[in-house]
Write a protein that binds this ligand. Structure first.
Ligand code: BES
Ligand code: MN
Ligand code: ZN
Length: 500
């Protein structure tokens, strides 16, 4: 864990062993660059004139023992043209500085990279971003390699330097929140990266118990297979039938708000491995279906985060956890299951299993008389086709709630985009043999999946986050992203009405 603090002192006297500043593509030096240039009697300007420092975005130059500067290492990050500089460019520059600092194995980094206009990035969000970017930078994949372990990152302390005395309180609050959110993101990344033979429904239940043990505000209840049967969760059980791993239904409660205040209920898809079942998936990239529990992981990680932050709000986390496997006992295409809500479902495709476990969990949410229900799921490949990997898909039956989530994503740099979930889409789910089918063809697949869930949330304010594109990276950088923990935490923070 990194320790974070703020400093309003002179940059040249910072005691850190590495100090990062930015340099714009402009004649006159301003801000931190000017301060170090004056302290070093014009050395920065000379280096720039000699072509030894680049101002190109993404470029970074390490300067050793800059005269008049206490920090032994100074990192100068190119910021490009000031007119093009925004929050995203600033985040990139901070990321570049962190990477360079980690490479040099500095233990204490002071960041004084000029920030964009306060309208684009206020003091609180400045602190938040520095902390969550730092946490992400020191994250190491939880691999199972048997060779010598690489040395852990040396970075132990990050100082947000060169900020005004007036900004310090808000920035420090941001750093503290960002550190908690960063820890939550790392937890989710770890959970997602674990292989399916380790991260099983029972493993997720153990994680939930550990969170409740560590935080007095959190309670947990775990339902085993026979208890799930008593809850009449026939759709969940239809998915789990083919698996040797027993299912679990996990209920977590963070009681931080007024007793009796209506809770926000978060529901996370916990398919710890999705083979597709009898509607077996293609072998290519099937390994990535170990990430099919990232909805569940984000509920666990968000509950831990808000418990650590002691957020004054009541939040319930519901996690249906199963494995989706083919087997002699597995559900077959055409089988009909009865949901906890009493509606029957013709399971035309056993690979559309997420909505089946979610519909039973969403029905369970009713008993809490929730202020809002948000489900989080790696639900459809179609959502990845629609939005790619940059945005989480948002749908629901309440536009205000959907926009609240979109706004939270923007503010937390964990973006989401609303898709139109109108009544039209539900019509595609007709079945000749049951109340509805679980699939509706390829067209608009992300939305028809949402429409299926919508049949179980009538009368509740509900939104659905499809994180199929945002929860993990494929390819050489394969690994969980930690999304959407920042979005969800921001959403809950907004609801407390106590955002700095
Ligand atoms: N977990 C998958 C969705 C998924 C696929 C996420 C690929 C990320 C990458 C989900 O259970 C699934 O299989 N959905 C099907 C639905 C279809 C059968 C209607 C899909 O998207 O193909
Ligand atoms: Mn599936
Ligand atoms: Zn799935």
């Amino acid at each position: 864990m990194i320790r974070f603090d703020t400093s309003s002192g002179r940059l040249a006297s910072q005691a850190a062993d590495c100090l990062a500043i930015g340099l714009f593509d402009e004649e006159r030096l301003e801000g931190p660059a000017r301060e170090l240039d004056v302290a070093s009697k014009g050395q920065l300007r000379r280096l720039r004139a000699d072509g030894d420092i680049s101002v190109k975005p993404g470029d970074v130059q390490l300067l050793l023992q800059l005269p008049g500067v206490r920090a032994r290492r100074v990192l100068v990050v190119g910021l490009g043209r000031r007119a093009d500089f925004n929050r995203r460019a600033w985040r990139k520059a901070v990321g570049v500085a962190l990477a360079a600092c980690l490479k040099g194995r500095s233990a204490h980094l002071a960041i004084a990279i000029e920030r964009p206009d306060a309208k684009l990035l206020g003091d609180y969000y400045l602190g938040r971003a520095v902390a969550d970017l730092s946490s992400a930078a020191v994250y190491r994949v939880n691999d199972f390699k048997s060779g010598r372990r690489p040395r852990p990152p040396a970075l132990k302390r990050v100082t947000l330097a060169g900020i005004s005395a007036a900004a310090r309180t808000a920035a420090a609050k941001g750093l503290a929140h960002g550190a908690d959110i960063g820890a939550g993101q790392s937890m989710l990344r770890d959970l997602g990266n674990l292989p399916g033979n380790v991260c099983t429904p029972r493993y997720l239940a153990d994680q939930a118990r550990a969170i409740a043990r560590a935080h007095a505000s959190v309670r947990v209840r775990v339902f085993d297979e026979s208890a799930i049967r008593r809850l009449k969760m026939g759709c969940l059980l239809a998915v789990s039938r083919g698996s040797a791993e027993p299912p679990r239904f996990i209920v977590l409660e963070h009681r931080g708000g007024r007793p009796g205040a209506k809770p926000v209920v978060l529901v996370g898809k916990g398919v710890t491995f999705d083979t597709g079942g009898i509607s077996l998936k293609d072998p290519a990239a099937m390994d990535e279906m170990k990430y099919d529990m990232c909805g569940a992981g984000s509920v666990l990680a968000t509950l831990r985060t808000i418990a650590a932050m002691k957020l004054p709000i009541n939040v319930v986390g519901l996690i249906p956890a199963v494995e989706n496997m083919p087997d002699g006992r597995a559900t077959k295409p055409g089988d009909i299951a009865t949901s906890a809500a009493g509606k029957t479902v013709e399971i035309l495709n056993t690979d559309a299993e997420g909505r089946l476990i979610l519909c039973d969990a969403l029905h369970y949410a009713r008993r809490f008389d929730p202020a809002a229900v948000v489900d989080i799921a790696t639900l459809t490949g179609a959502c990845v086709i629609a939005l790619g990997h940059h945005f989480t898909g948002v749908m629901g039956n309440d536009d205000a709630l959907a926009q609240e989530l979109v706004q939270a994503g923007t503010d937390a740099d964990d973006r989401a985009w609303q898709l139109p979930l109108t009544e039209d889409y539900a019509e595609q789910l007709r079945s000749n043999f049951a109340d509805m089918a679980n699939v509706a063809g390829r067209d608009g697949g992300a939305i028809t999946a949402g429409a299926f869930l919508g049949k179980f949330t009538q009368g509740m304010k509900w939104a659905h986050l499809d994180i199929a594109g945002s929860a993990w990276n494929s390819g050489a950088q394969k690994g969980g992203t930690g999304r959407p923990v920042a979005l969800l935490t921001q959403f809950l923070l907004q609801r407390t009405g106590r955002l700095p």
